[in-house]
Design a protein. Structure first.
Length: 295
C-alpha cells in the first residue's frame, strides 16, 4: 500500500507543461541521441559529430536523413556551454563522457586532440585531469589510425572504444552492407589494445536469419576467441529485431531469408556465450537491448 501511495503521489505531482518545456530545452541542446552502449547510459554525451559517416548499413535506421558532419570548434564550444547550462547540478551525476554521435573517432587525430582539449577545458573542473572518455568507431575507418595515434588519444582521456563487429561471417557482412571483414575487426582490436585502450565489441544475435544462422555463430565465435580481450573489455550480445521499412527487410524478402523468432535468437545468444573461450580474467559478457535505450 505504501508503494502504491508513493506512485500515486508521484503521478499527481507530474507537471505535463513543465515536462514539455524541458523537452523543448533538450531539443535545443542535443540532436537526437540515437544509441549508446549500456555501460554509458548515464554518461554525459557531448556531440562532437552529428550523424554517421557511413550510414548505409542495411539494418540501421538511426541516422537516416541526417548528414554526417563534425562540429567546428566554435560550434562545439557553444554546444558544451549549452549542455552544462542545461544539466546544471546534474553534471555531478555524469562521471564519464561519451563522444557522439555514431563515429566521432573517425576524425583525423589532430582534430580530435583539439576537440578533446576543448572538452577538458569545460568539463575538468579546477584544471584536473580529463574525465574518462568513450566513443564508437567503425571498423573500416578505425584501421586508418596507428597504435601511436590511439595512444595519444588515450593520453588525452579516451578509455574505451566500441566497435560494431556484428558478425564474423564475411558473407553476412556483405549482406549487411558493412565495408569490413572479420579480419579487419581483429586487426583494429590488436591496434587498440597495443595503445592501452579497452574495447567494447558488439555482436548481433539473430542477424542474417535462418540463412546465416550456423555460419554466423561459428565464424563469430572464431573471431571473438582470436581477439586478445581481457578484464576491462566488454562483449555485448544484442538481440536483433528486423527494423521495418529498411533495406535489410527488402533484401531478406528478395532472398527468402526468414527472421529468427525470439526463442531462436535467445538460443543463439546462449550458444555464443557458451562458445567463448576466455579465462576468468577475460572480458565481461553482457546483453545489449537497443530497443530499451532512452537518453
Amino acid at each position: 500500500m505504501g508503494e502504491a501511495l508513493r506512485l500515486a503521489a508521484g503521478g499527481a505531482a507530474f507537471d505535463a507543461e513543465a515536462a514539455h518545456r524541458d523537452a523543448g530545452r533538450f531539443a535545443e541542446v542535443y540532436s537526437p541521441v540515437g544509441i549508446l552502449p549500456p555501460d554509458q547510459y548515464l554518461a554525459l554525451v557531448v556531440q562532437v559529430t552529428e550523424g554517421c559517416q557511413w550510414n548505409r548499413c542495411t539494418f540501421c535506421p538511426f541516422y537516416r536523413g541526417v548528414s554526417f558532419r563534425a562540429k567546428s570548434g566554435l560550434e562545439l564550444d557553444a554546444h558544451i556551454r549549452a549542455v552544462t547550462a542545461y544539466l546544471g547540478d546534474g553534471l555531478s551525476l555524469r562521471h564519464s563522457l561519451f563522444l557522439g554521435e555514431a563515429n566521432a573517432l573517425c576524425l583525423p587525430t589532430e582534430d580530435l586532440l583539439l576537440r578533446f582539449d576543448l572538452v577538458r577545458t569545460w568539463l575538468a573542473p579546477n584544471g584536473g585531469g580529463p574525465r574518462a572518455m568513450y566513443a564508437f568507431l567503425d571498423i573500416f575507418t578505425g584501421r586508418k589510425k596507428t597504435a601511436q595515434e590511439f595512444a595519444e588519444l588515450r593520453a588525452h582521456g579516451l578509455r574505451r572504444v566500441y566497435l560494431g563487429v556484428e558478425t564474423g561471417d564475411d558473407g553476412l557482412l556483405a549482406f549487411l552492407n558493412k565495408p569490413q571483414r572479420g579480419a579487419d575487426a581483429l586487426d583494429l582490436v590488436l591496434t587498440l589494445k597495443a595503445a592501452g585502450l579497452a574495447v567494447g565489441v558488439i555482436v548481433m544475435a539473430g542477424i542474417g536469419g535462418d540463412r546465416y544462422e550456423r555460419s554466423h555463430v561459428t565464424r563469430t565465435l572464431a573471431l571473438l576467441n582470436a581477439m586478445p580481450l581481457s578484464a576491462g573489455d566488454l562483449i555485448y550480445l544484442s538481440a536483433f529485431v528486423v527494423p521495418p521499412d529498411t533495406e535489410y527487410e527488402r533484401r531478406a524478402a528478395i532472398r527468402g531469408i526468414a527472421p529468427l523468432d525470439r526463442d531462436a535468437t535467445q538460443d543463439q545468444i546462449g550458444r555464443l556465450r557458451a562458445g567463448l573461450q576466455f579465462t576468468d580474467s577475460g572480458p565481461r559478457v553482457a546483453r545489449y537491448d537497443i530497443e530499451e535505450f532512452l537518453y
